[in-house]
Design a protein around this ligand. Structure first.
Ligand SMILES: CC(C)(COP(=O)(O)OP(=O)(O)OC[C@H]1O[C@@H](n2cnc3c(N)ncnc32)[C@H](O)[C@@H]1OP(=O)(O)O)[C@@H](O)C(=O)NCCC(=O)NCCS
Length: 111
């Protein structure tokens, strides 16, 4: 299965601490706080928001907020503890977009 999502970055406030804690796992919050500028923080939040919605679309898992989308040394994002999920994120022109490919079939669904 595949999932995609797009987020309007004007809806994202990197100063909203409650939103940050709601959206990001503790490991993601560490990466978020390491981003230096408000712009990069907004992109990070928007990208993770889009990626988590894309995980829901690809997997059907209601616990999509609990997935940790972390960053390899190269900058490439990956979903911690979920090698069956492949994620890609991009941001430009005030939007973040993410695509997730799930290499495992969803349970209980006809194809
Ligand atoms: C990695 C690269 C593809 C990012 O592209 P970009 O247009 O600058 O930025 P985008 O907004 O599309 O993508 C940024 C996201 O890409 C992802 N990313 C970063 N490095 C990555 C990598 N090595 N592999 C896969 N994804 C990567 C990240 O999720 C990042 O967002 P985040 O840091 O908020 O999580 C780019 O910097 C690069 O190295 N390109 C190599 C090819 C090149 O030099 N092209 C220029 C001439 S065509």
């Amino acid at each position: 299965m595949i999932g995609v999502d797009i987020v309007d970055l004007s809806r994202i406030d990197p100063e909203d601490a409650a939103f940050v804690r709601h959206l990001l796992t503790p490991a993601e919050q560490e990466e978020f706080h390491a981003r230096k500028s408000a712009h990069r923080k907004t992109e990070y939040l928007g990208g993770r928001f889009a990626a988590k919605e894309a995980i829901f679309k690809a997997t059907g898992d209601q616990m999509f907020l609990s997935y940790s989308i972390l960053t390899e040394v190269s900058g490439k994002p990956y979903v911690k503890d979920h090698p069956e999920l492949d994620v890609s994120i991009s941001h430009d022109g005030g939007f973040a977009i993410a695509a997730v490919l799930c290499l495992k079939p969803q349970k209980g669904l006809a194809k």
